[in-house]
Design a protein around this ligand. Structure first.
Ligand code: NAD
Length: 306
C-alpha cells in the first residue's frame, strides 16, 4: 500500500521555486502555492497545484510549508508579517525554509515557530536552475533529526542526498561556506581566463585543456561556456551572490574570522551593482576584471577592446 503523502505548501515561485514545486507535484504531493507575482501562481495552478492567496493560507492547508525567497527580509515578512506563515501554522506541522538567509534569522524564526507547537528546518540548496529542474540539488539541512527524517522524502523529490548538518541554522551556515567557494572560484577563473585571452589564447582551447586537471570545477564547467557565448542571463543573480557574501561577512565579523578574499570579491560585486549588473548571472563577475584589462573572454579568438 502506498504511503499517504503529506500536504505541502510552497511560497516563492522564482527561478528556483518554480521548478522545485513542479518536482513536488511530479512526486505526487498535494501542493498549495503562493507568490506575490500572480502569473507565477497561475503557472503552477495550470500544472496541478492549488492556489493560496497568502502565505498564511498556504500554511493553513499544509502539513509541511516551504519558503524559497530571496533573503532574510522577505522570509521574515512571509513568516512573521501580517497574513504570514506564523498566523496559519498548526501544531505538529513543519515549516522548512529553503532560501539562503542569515543563520541567526533562521534561529530567531525557529523559536517563534516552535512557540506555536510546530517544527522548523533550514534547508538551503546549491546548484543552478538546471539542477532545480532535474531535481538534483544539493540540500544542506539544519534542525532536529526526527523532523529531518519525516521530511526526507519531500526533500529528496527536489534534490539528491539531503544532508543533516546540525541543529537549526547549520543549513544556512553550510550554505555560506558553499557560497564563499562559488564566488571566489568565479573571480579566480575570470582573472585567469582574461590573462589567457589578452595573451592571445583561445578560451575554448584553454577550457578543454584544463577542465579535467587540478583547476577543473563545477563552476568552471557551468560558467565558462556561457561566458564565452557572452550570455549572462540569470541563473543566479549578482544581487543574490552579493547577499550571500554579505551574510557570510556579517557572521564572520561576529566570530572574529577574517575573510580577506571574500571581502575583495564583495567589493567587485558592489562595483558591478553600481554598473547596473545586479540582475545578471553571477558569472558576470568576470566583467569586473575584463573591463580593467580591456579584454573579453569570448569563444574563438580573444577580442581585445582598444
Ligand atoms: P528569485 O528572485 O528568482 O525568486 C524569488 C521569488 O520570491 C519571486 O518569485 C518573488 O516574487 C517571490 N517573493 C518575494 N517576496 C515574497 C513574499 N514576501 N511572499 C511571497 N513571495 C515572495 O530568486 P531565486 O533565484 O529563486 O532564489 C531564491 C533563493 O534560493 C535565494 O535565497 C537564493 O540565494 C537561493 N538560491 C538560488 C539559486 C539560483 O541558481 N537561482 C541557487 C541556489 C540557491
Amino acid at each position: 500500500m502506498s504511503e499517504k503523502k503529506e500536504k505541502v505548501g510552497f511560497i516563492g515561485l522564482g527561478i528556483m521555486g518554480k521548478p522545485m514545486s513542479k518536482n513536488l507535484l511530479k512526486a505526487g504531493y498535494p501542493l498549495a502555492v503562493f507568490d506575490i507575482v500572480p502569473e507565477s501562481v497561475n503557472e503552477l495552478v495550470a500544472a496541478g497545484a492549488r492556489k493560496a492567496t497568502s502565505s498564511r493560507e498556504a500554511a493553513v492547508v499544509s502539513d509541511v510549508t516551504i519558503t524559497m525567497l530571496p533573503d532574510s527580509a522577505q522570509v521574515e515578512q512571509a513568516v512573521l508579517g501580517g497574513d504570514g506563515v506564523l498566523e496559519g501554522i498548526r501544531p505538529g506541522t513543519v515549516y522548512i525554509d529553503m532560501s539562503s538567509i542569515n543563520p541567526l534569522v533562521s534561529q530567531r524564526i525557529c523559536k517563534r515557530i516552535e512557540a506555536k507547537g510546530a517544527h522548523m528546518l533550514d534547508a538551503p540548496v546549491s546548484g543552478s536552475e538546471l539542477k532545480a529542474i532535474d531535481g538534483s540539488l544539493a540540500i544542506m539541512v539544519g534542525g532536529k533529526a526526527e523532523i529531518f527524517n519525516r521530511c526526507r522524502k519531500i526533500l529528496e523529490s527536489m534534490g539528491k542526498n539531503p544532508v543533516l548538518v546540525g541543529d537549526i541554522g547549520a543549513g544556512n551556515l553550510t550554505k555560506l561556506v558553499n557560497q564563499i567557494i562559488v564566488a571566489l572560484n568565479i573571480a579566480a577563473f575570470s582573472e585567469a581566463f582574461v590573462l589567457g585571452a589578452k595573451a592571445g589564447l583561445d578560451p575554448e582551447k584553454v577550457f578543454e585543456a584544463i577542465r579535467n586537471g587540478a583547476a577543473g570545477s563545477v563552476m568552471l564547467n557551468q560558467k565558462i561556456p556561457s561566458i564565452m557565448e557572452r550570455n549572462f542571463k540569470p541563473g543566479f543573480k549578482i544581487a543574490l551572490q552579493r547577499k550571500d557574501l554579505k551574510n557570510a561577512l556579517e557572521v564572520a565579523r561576529d566570530m572574529d574570522v577574517p575573510l580577506p578574499l571574500t571581502s575583495l570579491v564583495q567589493q567587485e560585486l558592489i562595483a558591478l551593482t553600481n554598473e547596473g549588473e545586479e540582475n545578471n548571472d553571477h558569472s558576470a563577475i568576470c566583467h569586473f576584471i575584463e573591463r580593467l584589462a580591456k579584454t573579453e573572454i569570448r569563444r574563438g579568438s580573444a577580442k581585445q577592446n582598444q
